[in-house]
Design a protein around this ligand. Sequence first.
Ligand SMILES: [Zn+2]
Length: 360
Amino acid sequence: MKRILAVLVFAALCALIGCASSGASSASSDSSTQSASASQSSGALAAESSGSASQSQGIDYQVLVNKLNPLPEGWEGVLETVHMTNSIGDDVEVEKKAYDAYLELKAELETEGVYVDLDSARRSVADQQRIMDEFTKEYGADYAKKTVATPGYSEHHTGLALDLYLIIDGKDVVENEDMIKYPEIWEKIHAKLAGHGFILRYLDGCEHITGYGYEPWHIRYLDDPAIAKEIMDKGITFEEYKSGKAAPEVSYDYGNSKLYTKEELEAAAVQVKCEFATFEGCELHNLRYAGDECNTKENIDWLNSLDEGANYTQVAEFLADFHTPVEGGGAWEADTEMKDYQWWLARTENEGWQLVNFGY
Ligand SMILES: [Zn+2]
């Protein structure tokens, strides 16, 4: 029982951070190399020729899937994948063209003495739902939602997101904390991505845009070297490329808190930014910590009263200035600068922040 739970916790953590480390890959019964699967209409992808122009037959290789944009409906019905077995013996499932491109990338890297393998690629929505259900049953819905990525909202569902691991001097280097120690190797890998239609997906310092911290191993296939090159050359996120503009400059002020470290306040700000990202058309100008004075018993009690079953012990308030959509939209008055908009976060000491309330 304990072991099953440990594996589940591990799997959920992997699901949450978007990338798996070693060991917990789904043990599919089919681990033969190159066996096609999940293809209901054979040859459907053959029609796919010019980027995302026509989606009636196959998948959109430039689809954006993140914490705000789910996997498009019908995706799993037309996705064509292959299975491969990595050097550890795990079965890995990958979208067909992405796998071919990966093999070319891998071969080119080997000419430079860089060796990689695939840690994980496709995870089905059902797999993710299964993890969510297990967690809900075991720990309750609140904890499950905090810990497990929402089924349908992981880029790994597409089959186009690949997590690499390194092979150094013949040894598998699979754990994230080990892989991160080789920036010079990742640099060589990243330089070759675009030529094969891949981009680096989760850039350093862009968690507020992508929803994920830096993951040098998580690459994404776009099936178009020209687009991949444009994104990699500009050093922008896929979100920015898709929206057609760079994310506006936002200024942050974390003040001089005696209660929280800058890292803790940054983690709180990420929650605010993720929520703000759903304020369609609104442009964030600045975000600032309101100060330790907000951590009163009164505020703690108030936020506990808003969140059933919560047992928060600490509060952080942020203030934001932002602009509403120029044309208006939703409940917003058009083209208005909103000042000192309040964001209330709470946590139980040493746990993650929850955004509990926002508004005036
Ligand atoms: Zn990943």
